[in-house]
Write a protein that binds this ligand. Structure first.
Ligand code: BGC
Length: 726
């Protein structure tokens, strides 16, 4: 811990000197005049060619020539970061100036340009909120914008996306990932990576694998059976490699089945390289993420970050014959491939402030926040006739006094203060957003203490908005942030505040902020409306106001289940040395147990309403490699334009192994005006119906009967049809 604090203190101060073991000169590091070394021949493969956005064959030939030139010491120096602090605002690795090897310049992270850069950058909504947009095209634009900001700060590797499964909402870094479902998570992660890499920046997908506990992240051994590993914890990483051609992968701190991830040959070589044909490099997670020298290298780790702690032993190991130069060369090749395939040697690293927090990027941050807010409850005012309109949207013309209160009302609440921290120039809080959008006729009063005067203001208000939930002090990264959450419940003093307000006001709207599910069942029936606003980024306050006033029709859908009680979920153990991750979590767990959630996965209300009809399938029987096209008619039966997220779940009642009651296998969105109908087409890839057959060591698509169910959430399925794979 003390070490991390030292690193951070140093890292945040630009120009802070770190040791620079780049070894690109000096007695050991420089050219070795007398040596004649012939590297092993290398034939480009389909995988190396597909990895490379440039002429892959030329890149491999150039690397082979460099492997002959580089001294052993220079090669080993390429396999670690340069210092345990940022240098000129980036984490630097793999530089060799003698031979024109530009190196890698890394920065976090999942919600914008890292504060470690020492520069201001756009604070986008956190990934869990972006997950709630269920809009991969939007996420692609976020990835591209983040990459542009990163590049403008002299970096070329973006340490994102985080695509660890949200196994439990108490995980401190829940906000960094897209949600609990494998298909949804993979789709959003692929979109982000494609966006990043379209800007010539290398994405580094993390944390591989099964990393979803903070407080014991450096030691915990996650025990997972092979089927669960393959079906629940890895498919989205596979898609990052196979579909998005991600440039790099970060190994996780934790252990999986008794091996630290950087020491796991099963994860890094057998699966990642041999099965998925990953041709990029693997770097360790920072500081304590590398647990061996030769052992890690052999398992498949290429770069120790942020500096050579373990890997400095490689020189002696090579001298003593414990590792061969050919083994070192394999990793060096991957590190150089990434640099040359992305043309890092041909580009100037520049500082271009105008790219950061540009008008376009701030508008995108707002757009994403508007798309991510999830409306969970919307009822008529207490005491009003049941056919009266619900409290939301607020009608500016018919109200004159709003009262705003709650612990998050006027806080710049943009998320964790760990490695994903971003430093925007300004943040629009919820209170500020409401004031900016209220218009001249509406008075917005902020109440910080509920004294007699404030109580009177609450009682007289046309509506009361309580902005509450979690702050950075409640959840975040281990070591440098708040770590795991201690409870899923809202702070008791905030619940008491809500109750005091509902006792006197018939129109109470609660806006919850936080990274993932907060349990609300003990008080939510007492409020008239409830929104989940995550950590909505630097323009989040405006997005919240836009939804409350109906200038934006909410379209966010939960990327996770909200249980009634924490006991409904699998246990979250952040104290034991060993934890077991079984096949069940999220909606799959709740449905298997027959336990109703408070709000299901995929749920979110709109100011419109949508009806489903006319399900049809492209075929009732498909082959094991075919796509099934599912068509459904969706009609907006409400009064305002809105976006519906159409979700297709598949059941496999004829399976010979236990399956989840249903699994999300496709989703699509449609925007409809009042009365409008559109046919939405969803493609289900039969290969996604496979289960992992441990005995066969392979995914198997069963030739059996299935059922597709289409609807608005995992619990709100409107139409269904059977089909078979033969
Ligand atoms: C985090 C990584 C991050 C790295 C560099 C580590 O503590 O786990 O996600 O990319 O620091 O900031």
């Amino acid at each position: 811990m003390r070490f991390w604090i030292g690193v951070l203190a140093c890292a945040l101060v630009i120009g802070c000197d770190g040791p620079s073991p780049a070894m690109d000169g000096g007695p050991d590091g420089g050219a070795d005049g007398g040596r004649v070394y012939e590297p092993e021949p290398f034939e480009p493969t389909a995988a190396t060619l597909a990895y490379c956005p440039r002429d892959g064959a030329a890149v491999e030939a150039r690397i082979t020539a460099l492997l002959a030139e580089l001294t052993p010491a220079e090669k080993i120096a390429l396999l670690s970061g340069s210092a345990s602090a940022v240098i000129d605002g980036v984490w630097e690795a793999s530089v060799n100036t003698r031979l024109g090897i530009p190196g890698l310049h890394m920065l976090d992270g999942p919600r914008g340009l890292s504060a470690f850069s020492g520069k201001r950058g756009t604070a986008f909504p956190v990934a869990s909120m972006r997950g709630a947009s269920w809009d991969p095209a939007l996420e692609r634009r976020v990835g591209a914008a983040m990459a542009r900001e990163l590049r403008s700060a002299g970096a070329d590797v973006l340490l994102a996306p985080t695509i660890n499964i949200l196994r439990h909402p108490r995980w401190g870094r829940a906000q960094e990932t897209y949600g609990e479902d494998v298909h949804h998570l993979g789709t959003m992660g692929v979109a982000f990576i494609e966006g990043v890499q379209s800007e010539g920046v290398l994405a580094s997908v993390k944390h591989y694998a099964a990393n979803s506990i903070e407080n014991t992240r450096h030691e915990v051994d996650v025990v997972i059976d092979e089927r669960t590993l393959r079906e629940i914890y890895l498919p989205h990483f596979r898609r990052a490699v196979e579909d998005a051609r991600v440039a790099s992968v970060m190994s996780a701190y934790n252990q999986v089945n008794g091996a630290y991830c950087d020491l796991s040959r099963h994860l890094l070589t057998d699966i990642l390289r041999d099965e998925w044909q990953f041709a990029g490099f693997v770097e360790s997670d920072w500081i304590w993420g590398t647990h061996g020298s030769v052992e890690s290298l052999r398992a498949g780790l290429d770069i120790e970050m942020p500096a050579a702690d373990q890997f400095r032993r490689l020189r002696r190991a090579l001298a003593e014959g414990d590792v061969t130069e050919a083994e070192i060369d394999s990793s060096v090749r991957r590190v150089l491939r990434a640099q040359f395939c992305y043309g890092l040697d041909e580009r100037e690293r520049e500082d271009v402030p105008s790219v950061r927090e540009s008008t376009e990027h701030l508008a995108l941050a707002l757009e994403v926040a508007r798309r991510g807010v999830v409306l969970l409850e919307n009822r008529v005012a207490d005491g009003a006739p049941t056919d009266a309109p619900p409290v939301l949207p607020l009608d500016r013309a018919s109200i004159s006094r709003l009262v705003v209160l709650g612990r998050a009302a006027d806080v710049e609440n943009i998320g964790d203060e760990g490695s994903s921290r971003v430093s925007p120039t300004d943040v629009v809080t919820a209170l500020e957003g409401l004031r900016m959008r209220a218009g001249a006729e509406l008075t917005v009063t902020h109440v910080t203490t509920l004294d007699d005067e404030a109580r009177a203001a609450v009682a007289e208000a046309d509506a009361v908005i309580v902005v509450t939930g979690l702050l950075a002090a409640d959840e975040g990264e281990g070591d440098i942030g708040a770590g795991d959450r201690s409870t899923l419940a809202l702070d008791p003093s905030e619940v008491a505040l809500i109750r005091e307000v509902t006792a006197v006001s018939p129109r109470v709207i609660v806006v919850l902020e936080g990274g993932a599910a907060i349990t609300v069942s003990d008080w939510a029936d007492e409020v008239e409306a409830l929104l989940f606003a995550f950590y909505p980024g630097q323009r989040g306050g405006l997005a919240i106001a836009d939804v409350l006033f109906g200038d934006v029709n909410p379209s966010g859908r939960l990327p996770f289940s909200v249980p009634n009680a924490e006991a409904d979920l699998p246990p979250f153990d952040n104290v034991s040395a060993t934890v077991i991750y079984d096949y069940w979590h999220g909606y799959r767990h709740l449905q298997r147990e027959g336990v109703a959630p408070r709000y299901p996965f995929g749920h979110g209300l709109s100011y419109a309403r949508f009806a489903y009809s006319g399900l049809s399938l492209s075929a009732s029987r498909i082959g094991p490699e075919d796509d099934l096209i599912v068509r459904v008619d969706v009609t907006n039966v409400g009064d305002v334009r809105g976006i519906e997220t159409v979700q297709a779940y598949v059941r496999a009642p004829g399976s010979r192994v236990e399956r989840a009651p249903r699994d999300l296998r496709a989703f699509a969105q449609v925007e409809l005006g009042p009365g409008e109908t559109q046919t939405v087409a969803l493609a289900i890839d039969a290969r996604d119906l496979a289960f992992y057959d441990v005995e066969a060591g392979a995914f198997v698509v069963e030739h059996t009967s299935y059922e597709v169910e289409v609807g608005a959430s995992a619990e709100d399925l409107r139409v269904s049809a059977p089909f078979a794979v033969e």
